[in-house]
Ligand binder design. Structure first.
Ligand SMILES: [Fe+2]
Ligand SMILES: [Fe+2]
Length: 221
């Protein structure tokens, strides 16, 4: 009996240990920024557009929102990787987090080119999403994967909306959004193929509301 309790405690401590290690791993870059991409930015060979100050600022703020979204996506995957039960689901989450890192670096570079800074609240976006991801992973792989699929679906919708808002001549930012959209759609499809379940409508709605809070806030800060 005593041995069984010690075993349970050890298991609990090792999950907590993993949680804190992962949270630390993610929070460090979230605080410092300067992500390094594996793939070159899709904007690299395109010319810089001539934009008015207000157009430039609007494009920068939109990219700051996208950057905050990428911080949150990475945190979500890191959190899920800690609590995912199946090793292949864990590996899938790690892989997706790596791809989000490219998006993170591309957005960050573009924000700086447009004369701005990343969201001052990004450690907050990271910590909140990490907790959500860990919770989704703990509930079960099928829901966790469903959560990824729904997140990516909402991100694609959101990127499409940004495409309509960007200054028409800003080809550099547009090229980044186009590639991101393609990657996110793939992440979502893979999550469903791996056994993701469709989330209840009320959860979808809550996710959409909380992402609205983040996108509205990151536009300004
Ligand atoms: Fe992404
Ligand atoms: Fe993604």
């Amino acid at each position: 009996m005593l041995r069984c309790n010690i075993k349970n405690m050890q298991r609990r401590y090792s999950t907590l240990d993993k949680l804190f290690t992962e949270l630390n791993r993610g929070l460090a870059p979230a605080l410092e920024t300067n992500a390094v991409a594996d793939r070159p930015t899709p904007a690299q060979s395109l010319p810089e557009a001539t934009m008015s100050d207000s157009e430039r600022e609007h494009a920068m703020r939109l990219m700051r929102v996208n950057h905050a979204g990428e911080v949150a996506a990475q945190a979500l995957y890191h959190g899920q990787a800690v609590t995912a039960k199946l090793p292949e689901v864990r590996a899938e989450m790690e892989h997706a987090a790596e791809e989000e890192n490219d998006h993170l670096a591309w957005c960050e570079e573009r924000i700086r080119e447009l004369g701005g800074e990343v969201s001052a609240l990004q450690p907050f976006w990271y910590a909140g999403s990490f907790a959500l991801g860990a919770l989704a992973g703990a509930i079960g792989d099928k829901w966790s994967l469903g959560f990824v699929a729904e997140t990516e679906k909402q991100v694609v919708k959101h990127l499409e909306e940004h495409e309509t808002q960007l200054p028409a001549e800003d080809q550099k930012t547009r090229a980044i959004l186009k590639q991101m959209k393609q990657d996110e759609a793939e992440h979502g499809e893979k999550a469903m193929q791996a056994g993701g379940a469709e989330l209840p409508e009320v959860v979808q709605l809550m996710m959409s509301l909380s992402s609205k809070v983040m996108t509205k806030t990151a536009y300004w800060w």
